[in-house]
Design a protein around this ligand. Structure first.
Ligand SMILES: Nc1ncnc2c1ncn2[C@@H]1O[C@H](COP(=O)(O)OP(=O)(O)OP(=O)(O)O)[C@@H](O)[C@H]1O
Length: 567
C-alpha cells in the first residue's frame, strides 16, 4: 500500500489545490454527519420534554443546514477527487503506451494483444477507483467515525464500551476477506485479458474462421472462457459481499447490548431519553462508515493488484537500448561480423559474415526458415544480436539512435501493414504528406492508374488491414510506402510475391532504375526478382552456405543447385 501511494504521489502532487478543496468537502461531510446525530438530543430533550419554543424555531434550520452541508461537502469532494483520478488515469495511459512503444519486438511476441490492452484500459481504470474514490472515502469515513466515536463517548462512556467493543472483533474477518479479494481480483483481471485476446484473435482471423467453418469452435472456446470469467466474477461477489452481512450482525449485537444497558439507565434516571437516543443515533450512523471502510479495504486490494501490474510495466527497461548518436552521414557500407541470433533457446543465425556497399544490391535466397528475414530484422534493430556485431560505416549500430537509423531504411515484407486512413497518409506514414512524392511513389509501385479511378484519388480511405484492396494492390501500397521514403537501404522481403508476372516485370524495371546510390537487399524465392542483385547469399539453417553470382553458385554449390531445381 505504501508503495502504491508512493508511486502515485508524484502525480497526485500536481493537484494540491484540488486536493485541498476535496479535503474541505470531506471535513464538511464528517462534521455535518456528527452534528446531525448530536441534534437528536436537543430535539428530544429541549423540544419534546422541556417544550422549549425557541429551540423549536432554531432546530429545524440546523437540521437543514447539517444535511445541506453534508450534501454540498459530498459533491465537491466527489467532483475534485474524480477530476484528479480521471486526469491521472489519462496521464498514466499515455505514459504506459509511451513506455510500451520503446519495448523490443520480443516483448510484443510474448504478450498477447488483449493482455496489453487490458493493462492500459482495465488496470488503469482500477487504479483510478483508488485515487478518486477509495482513498478520500477512506479519509471521510475515518473522520466521520472519529467524530461519532467522540460523540458516543461524550454522551455515555459506559454505553460506548458496549457499543464499540465489537469493532476490533470485526477487523480480523475483514482483513481475511480483503486478502482473498486481492487474489481473486488478480485472477479476474487475467481472465478478462484472456477474453479480450480471444476476441482480437477471432476478429483478426475472421476470413479463416469463415472459410474453415470454424464459427462453432470459436463460439465454444469463447463461451468456455466467458463461463470461467463468470465463475470468477461470482466468486469475487461472494467474498466481497460477505463484509456487509457480517458487519450488520455484529452491529445488531452491539445495538442490542446498548438497548439493554441504556434502557436500564434511562429507567433508573441515570440517562435522559434525549441522551440515549442521540447516543443510539450516533451508534447507528457509526456502523455505516465502518461498513463502508471495510468494503473499501477489499476494493482497494483490487486497485493494488492492478497497480502492481502497471508499475511492473513502467519499471521494465527495453531490452534493446537506444544509441545516443544521430546517424547523419549517408550509409556507405553495412557489415555483419560473426553474427549469432537466438530466439529464446532456438538459434536462428550462426556465424554470419557479409558486407555490402552503397550502390550494391544483394539477394538472400534459401529454404524457408533459413534465417533470411532474421538477418534484416537485426539491421533494423528489431532484435539484438547475441554475439557478433552489425556495423554501419564501420561503427556498431548500437551507437546510433534507432530513429536516425530507421529513417534511412525502408522495408517491404510479406506482412502488409495498412492503417484505416487515406492512401496518402498510408504512403507518407511517419512524415508529412507531399502530394507529388506520393503520386510518384504510387506510379513507381505501379498502382497510380488504379488509384486515379477512385473518386477521392489519393485521399481515398483504406479499410483496416486494407480489406478493400486486393492482395496485389495491398503489396503495391506497401512498396509505394517504402519508395516514398527514398531510403538509403531498401529491403524487399518477398515484396513482389503477390504481384502478377506482368506487374512484377514492370516493377523490376522501376527497381532497376532505383538501385543506384543505395543498398538494396532482396529476399525472394522467384529468381526473376533475384536477378537484379549483383551477389546472392544462399542461406540454410541459419548459416550462409555460399555466396556469389547465380552462375557461380550453380557451379560451385551443390545444395544451391538442388534448391534452384526445387523452386
Ligand atoms: N520472433 C520469432 N520468435 C521465435 N522464433 C522465430 C521468430 N522469427 C523467426 N523465428 C524462427 O527463426 C528461424 C528463421 O526464421 P526467418 O523468418 O528468419 O527465416 P526465413 O529464411 O526468412 O524464412 P522464410 O523464407 O519462410 O521467410 C525459423 O526457424 C523461425 O521459426
Amino acid at each position: 500500500m505504501k508503495q502504491f501511494f508512493a508511486r502515485l504521489l508524484p502525480y497526485i502532487k500536481d493537484y494540491k489545490l484540488y486536493f485541498f478543496y476535496a479535503v474541505i468537502g470531506t471535513l464538511l461531510v464528517s462534521i455535518a454527519t456528527t452534528a446531525s446525530a448530536y441534534l437528536v438530543k436537543p430535539v428530544l430533550d429541549d423540544i419534546f420534554l422541556a417544550k422549549d419554543i425557541k429551540m423549536l424555531q432554531i432546530l429545524p434550520f440546523l437540521v437543514v443546514l447539517a444535511y445541506f452541508s453534508k450534501g454540498f461537502g459530498t459533491y465537491i469532494q466527489i467532483y475534485y477527487m474524480n477530476y484528479i483520478g480521471q486526469d491521472i488515469v489519462k496521464r498514466l495511459k499515455n505514459i504506459l503506451l509511451d513506455k510500451m512503444l520503446t519495448f523490443e519486438m520480443e516483448f510484443f511476441n510474448r504478450y498477447r494483444n488483449g493482455e496489453l490492452i487490458s493493462r492500459i484500459t482495465g488496470d488503469i481504470a482500477a487504479v483510478q477507483g483508488a485515487v478518486s474514490n477509495y482513498f478520500i472515502e477512506g479519509i471521510r469515513e475515518g473522520l466521520t467515525i472519529f467524530g461519532l466515536v467522540l460523540l458516543v463517548i461524550y454522551q455515555s462512556p459506559e454505553l460506548a464500551f458496549y457499543g464499540l467493543v465489537v469493532m476490533p472483533l470485526a477487523l480480523y474477518p475483514i482483513v481475511l476477506i480483503a486478502r482473498k479479494m486481492r487474489k481473486t481480483s488478480k485472477k479476474l483481471q487475467e481472465k478478462n485479458a484472456d477474453l479480450s485476446s480471444k476476441l482480437i484473435e477471432i476478429f483478426n482471423n475472421m476470413e479463416l474462421i469463415k472459410v474453415s467453418s470454424g464459427e462453432k469452435i470459436e463460439h465454444e472456446s469463447f463461451a468456455s472462457h466467458n463461463q470461467e470469467l463468470f465463475k470468477l466474477a461470482m466468486k469475487s461477489v461472494r467474498i466481497s459481499e460477505l463484509t456487509s452481512p457480517l458487519m450488520e450482525t455484529l452491529g445488531a449485537i452491539a445495538v442490542s447490548a446498548v438497548i439493554f444497558v441504556g434502557g436500564y439507565k434511562v429507567i433508573n434516571g441515570e440517562l435522559t431519553t434525549g441522551e440515549f437516543f442521540s447516543f443510539t443515533a450516533a451508534l447507528f450512523l457509526l456502523y455505516t462508515p465502518f461498513k463502508r471502510i471495510s468494503s473499501l479495504y477489499s476494493k482497494i486490494q483490487i486497485a493494488f493488484a492492478a497497480g502492481d501490474r502497471i508499475f511492473e510495466m513502467l519499471d521494465r527497461n527495453p531490452k534493446i537500448q537506444d544509441g545516443e548518436k544521430e546517424l547523419k552521414e549517408p550509409i556507405e557500407a553495412i557489415s555483419f561480423k560473426n553474427v549469432d541470433l537466438y530466439y529464446g533457446e532456438k538459434q536462428a543465425l550462426s556465424g554470419i559474415n557479409l558486407e555490402v556497399k552503397r550502390g550494391e544490391s544483394i539477394a538472400f535466397v534459401g529454404n524457408s526458415g533459413g534465417g533470411k528475414s532474421s538477418l534484416v530484422n537485426l539491421l533494423l534493430r528489431l532484435y539484438e544480436v547475441n554475439s557478433g556485431e552489425v556495423l554501419v560505416n564501420g561503427e556498431s549500430i548500437r551507437h546510433f539512435t534507432q530513429e536516425s537509423l530507421r529513417s534511412k531504411v525502408a522495408i517491404v515484407t510479406q506482412r502488409i501493414f495498412i492503417f484505416n486512413d487515406s492512401i496518402a497518409r498510408n504512403i507518407a506514414y511517419g512524415s508529412e504528406i507531399d502530394e507529388e512524392r506520393v503520386k510518384l511513389a504510387l506510379q513507381q509501385a505501379r498502382i497510380f492508374d488504379y488509384i486515379q479511378t477512385l473518386p477521392k484519388g489519393i485521399y481515398t480511405e483504406l479499410d483496416e488491414f486494407g480489406a478493400n484492396l486486393s492482395g496485389g494492390q495491398r503489396q503495391r501500397i506497401a512498396i509505394a510506402r517504402a519508395l516514398y521514403k527514398n531510403p538509403e537501404i531498401l529491403i524487399l522481403d518477398e515484396a513482389t510475391s503477390a504481384l502478377d508476372n506482368k506487374t512484377e516485370e514492370e516493377f523490376r524495371e522501376v527497381l532497376g532504375r532505383l538501385l543506384e546510390n543505395r543498398i538494396v537487399i532482396i529476399i525472394a524465392h522467384r529468381f526473376s526478382t533475384v536477378s537484379l542483385a549483383s551477389k546472392i547469399y544462399f542461406f540454410s539453417h541459419g548459416k550462409i552456405l555460399a555466396s556469389g553470382t547465380q552462375a557461380e553458385l550453380l557451379e560451385k554449390c551443390a545444395p544451391f543447385r538442388e534448391y534452384y531445381k526445387s523452386i
